[in-house]
Design a protein around this ligand. Sequence first.
Ligand SMILES: Cc1ncc(COP(=O)(O)O)c(C=O)c1O
Length: 416
Amino acid sequence: MATTFAHRMKEVRASDIRELLKITERPDVISMGGGLPAPELFPVDELVALTRDVLEQDGARALQYASTEGNADLRARIAALMQARQGIEITPAEILVTNGSQQGLDLTGKVFLDPGDVVLCESPTYVGAISALRVFEPRFVEVETDDEGMLPGDLERKLIAEARVKFIYVIPDFQNPSGRCWSLERRRRLLDLAARHGVVVVEDAPYAELRYSGEPVPSLKSMDAGGLVVYLGTFSKTFCPGLRIGWLAARREIHEKCVLVKQGADLHTSELSQRLIARFLARYDFAGRVEALRAVYRGRRDAMLRAIEREMPAGVRATRPEGGLFLWIELPPDVSARDVLPRALARNVAFVPGGSFYPNGGHENTLRLNFSNQTEERIGEGVGRLASALREVMAEAHGKAAADAPDVPLSRRAAS
Ligand SMILES: Cc1ncc(COP(=O)(O)O)c(C=O)c1O
């Protein structure tokens, strides 16, 4: 007997990344696929001590049902952190603790989207946001995007042309997948256009703390005079993802709606996890921890850039991100990253084909590389193997002669 599922399930597909992660769990595979932070940097010893303290001092309160909004101490600390580190004026009452920022995306979809509504997003955008929002059956309209962010002209055109825009979804800091960081000017233009059209902006900022070079740029939320920005934050990249602690910060009216739908979804986020993070923030040096992460990831980013320059064949372009966990590669237009993947996997190296990051398809000549989860040495080795897989596919696409042509260093190939 055929089982009848909801209409929305028609659009729900397996994520390439989830499938890939299964393969990349094998230790012999050099994975540049998932977006995993470096596990050797997780605060394991601190958590052992903190867990004992929380359970001894707070006892059953750490294990009881708790408020949907989140632990009061943690909310106050998150508000203070946003103020101190990003200049964002926010009260604890505007913070909702979520089960990772991924839940923030789900809640945002639930409170704003009816079937057929429009989400304006960067092109490419975070594949996990596409999956989280797709179940609400919106139409994703991609806005043309360059290295500085969305093109204001195209954004304005689409805001005018599309009657049902509910929100603009952006990752302004070291975007997943492209690594790009929006310029201040583009941030201002976005806020200005959003205000003129009365459209909410969802600012997803998991990588805001992870800058390795260049000058900091203010967050959208810090410039949000009209209360249009819904900010999604997380401790997944600065602490560890396994505790699943993120947060949503929004003005009261939006916050209240999100609390209501979260209540229906999971009642509340793990109280034990929240207390562990709150206590970590009280007792340890968060700024020092972020500095230590930056030092390691900066080294890995540089190792990947060096390897790309050394190994990649002509016709390949790479971004030079100033932070985050990812670097974005464009292959020649006639080469599909999906054709490269099996050959890379045969060499025990993994990456994510870039097509998955475009909600409306296309752009198959792109791919995403993660540099946080491997040592510098393995990154060098992995990029070498990937380049070899790529040469094989390009040789087939272009004929042997073209693939054997002398390489031009990547730095002279208009890498952004
Ligand atoms: C842009 C973006 N948003 C949200 C998330 C979800 O993060 P988490 O739920 O662990 O906070 C990720 C994870 O990689 C991400 O890259």
